[in-house]
Design a binder for this molecule. Structure first.
Ligand code: M7G
Length: 179
């Protein structure tokens, strides 16, 4: 017996650059896709956890055939709810799993329309998790952000920040919403 998910999901991996001439698109690859709960767990149990990934790598889990890039038509008018966890915190594997389950279980967004995917970046400063949304409409975003803050087990005083992808190339961009 297999339990179907609402969407097909594809896991992507960004490997760390070794040489300076390796571009973003050279480093980003789809790993595998799944459509059922059972296939999700088979993938989850087979792959390295965030704590086992090298610095500068990313996992991206995206719906259907959406590419984990600002340029994809599904993402270009949207943005991401983002939180930076400082340091190599031991809970990150559990928090990432909670984020994955919330996204594939569609428990963050009741009408299923806003969420395109979820990303973890492994960086020297720590781990960053981002929830990518289809739009920047404030009402649904606030609801989604509040739920995502609970999924990540953030404290009231932790600041979850929303950035529009239209400002993704601006290193000084300020969040357009903060929860
Ligand atoms: P990042 O991995 O989102 O965050 O972006 P970081 O600054 O914490 O490392 C790192 C770099 O990867 C960006 O400056 C871009 O050069 C490239 N990059 C990341 N993303 C998500 C995209 C994307 O969606 N499209 C393109 N073209 N480049 C990207």
């Amino acid at each position: 017996l297999k339990h179907p998910l609402n969407s097909k999901w594809t896991l992507w991996y960004t490997k760390p650059a070794i040489a300076d001439n390796e571009s973003w698109s050279d480093l980003l690859r789809p790993v595998t896709s799944f459509t059922t709960v059972e296939e999700f767990w088979a993938v989850q149990n087979a792959i390295p956890k965030p704590r086992e990934l090298p610095l500068k790598s990313d996992y991206h889990l995206f719906r259907n055939d959406i590419r984990p890039e600002w340029e994809d038509d599904a993402n270009s008018n949207g943005g991401k709810w983002s939180f930076q966890f400082r340091g190599r915190i031991p809970q990150i594997d559990d928090l990432w799993l909670r984020a994955l389950l919330a996204v594939i279980g569609e428990s963050i967004d009741e009408d299923e329309s806003e969420i395109n995917g979820v990303v973890i970046n492994v960086r020297r400063s720590g781990y960053k998790i981002g929830l990518w949304t289809r739009s920047t409409r404030q009402a649904p975003l606030s609801k989604v952000g509040a739920k995502f803050k609970a999924v990540l087990q953030l404290e009231e005083t932790d600041k979850l920040e929303f950035f529009a992808h239209s400002s993704a190339n601006d290193k000084n961009a300020k969040p357009t919403l903060v929860l």
